[in-house]
Write a protein that binds this ligand. Structure first.
Ligand SMILES: NC(=O)C1=CN([C@@H]2O[C@H](COP(=O)(O)OP(=O)(O)OC[C@H]3O[C@@H](n4cnc5c(N)ncnc54)[C@H](O)[C@@H]3O)[C@@H](O)[C@H]2O)C=CC1
Ligand SMILES: O=C([O-])CC(=O)C(=O)O
Length: 333
């Protein structure tokens, strides 16, 4: 029997990530090839014409799984009964800007949209915040939507996770699908810690530690970390626009694994509400290694953290605590 359609909200749908993301959702890349969807697309009034253009293209693409499109600038209408909300709308970082520069613009957007989701979305809505500063926008959303379970509010660090997989695969000249269990700890910013200490590659002789396969600790502890941390800025420099196709694809990966589960023996990175695991301060949205099953994520426990890694986990946590304080200053202004 055909499944009931799932309603998926994409905010900022007329923007560049939105334009890459909505066809992926309509093709079943996010929720699977047998899951019909109804797309809810929100943008702001100046983007109305462009949003309608995207809607026209969705019609023209004749996606079999797409059972309806709501394209609107009304946040209440956009949030009505949505099961999944991908929050891409916001003010993007431009060349030379740090994430903190865009904080105040985004705090007010996320506060308002939290209330709309709380009032109008399905009670078990799953929320993924993509817009920067992603962790702190997600935290604001959580604080101002107290009736949405905190487990349902996450932010995107899967792009960083995928970037780390890509760098290791390129270095070893192996298919990216053979690399797994890298970790992005902390903030979706240049303070994040891309950690390969538990990562492995699959080979015909079984699993091999990435550290052994690469056999170049100086590269793994230096250049590799820097490249992943700075990849967003490198893309902006090259394209004069921030990452879009990779962000859209990673957003699909994040929701797909959350809803449908992570493969056995592997984990992914997600920004989730910290419960104090790995001695990270509770009360921030922090990227952890997680496994997913039955629509829930669980932080992978018990991984050994060496001294160098400890300092990096703490540094990115400190930045998030600072961002939280800054966000609260913006709220009270
Ligand atoms: N977490 C991650 O891995 C990544 C995050 N990003 C972030 O994603 C966000 C979107 O990036 P792009 O699509 O490139 O930006 P964009 O500027 O092309 O699109 C943003 C869209 O949001 C809309 N918008 C602005 N305020 C809104 C509001 N209040 N409600 C609904 N829509 C609103 C704009 O009109 C625009 O259409 C940025 O914050 C960017 O920094 C980008 C790449 C990766
Ligand atoms: O750096 C940015 O603003 C865009 C972004 O988040 C990324 O590409 O990781």
């Amino acid at each position: 029997m055909a499944k009931d359609p799932v309603r998926v909200l994409v905010t900022g749908a007329a923007g560049q990530i939105g334009y890459a993301l909505v066809p992926m959702i309509a093709r079943g890349i996010m929720l699977g090839p047998d899951q019909p969807v109804i797309l809810h697309m929100l943008d702001i009034p100046p983007a109305t014409e462009s949003l309608n253009g995207v809607k026209m293209e969705l019609t023209d693409a004749a996606f079999p799984l797409l059972k309806g499109v709501v394209a609107t600038t009304d946040v209440a209408e956009a949030c009505k009964d949505v099961n999944i909300a991908v929050m891409v709308g916001g003010f993007p970082r431009k060349e030379g800007m740090e994430r903190k520069d865009v904080m105040s613009k985004n705090v007010s957007i996320y506060k308002a949209q939290a209330s709309a989701l709380e009032q109008h979305a399905a009670k078990d809505v799953k929320v993924l915040v993509v817009a920067n500063p992603a962790n702190t926008n997600a935290l604001i959303l959580k604080e101002f939507a107290p009736s949405i379970p905190e487990k349902n509010i996450t932010c995107l660090t899967r792009l960083d996770h995928n970037r780390a997989l890509g760098q290791v695969a390129e270095r070893l000249n192996v298919p990216v699908s053979t690399v797994k269990n890298v970790i992005i700890w902390g903030n979706h910013s240049s303070s994040q810690y891309p950690d390969v200490n538990h990562a492995v590659i699959d080979s015909p002789d079984g699993e091999k530690a990435v550290r052994d396969a690469v056999s170049d600790d100086a590269w793994l502890d230096g250049e590799f970390i820097k490249v992943v941390q700075q990849r967003g800025a490198a893309i902006i420099k090259a394209r004069k626009l921030s990452s879009a196709l990779s962000a859209a694809s990673s957003a699909c990966d994040h929701i797909r694994d959350w809803v449908l589960g992570t493969p056995k023996g592997s984990w992914v990175s997600m920004g989730v509400y910290s419960d104090g695991s790995y001695n990270v301060p509770p009360g921030i949205i922090y990227s952890y290694p997680v496994t997913c099953a039955n629509g829930d994520w669980t932080i992978v426990q018990g991984l050994s953290i060496d001294e160098k890694s400890r300092a990096k986990l703490d540094a990115t946590a400190d930045e998030l605590v600072e961002e939280k304080a800054l966000a609260y200053t913006c709220i009270s202004e």
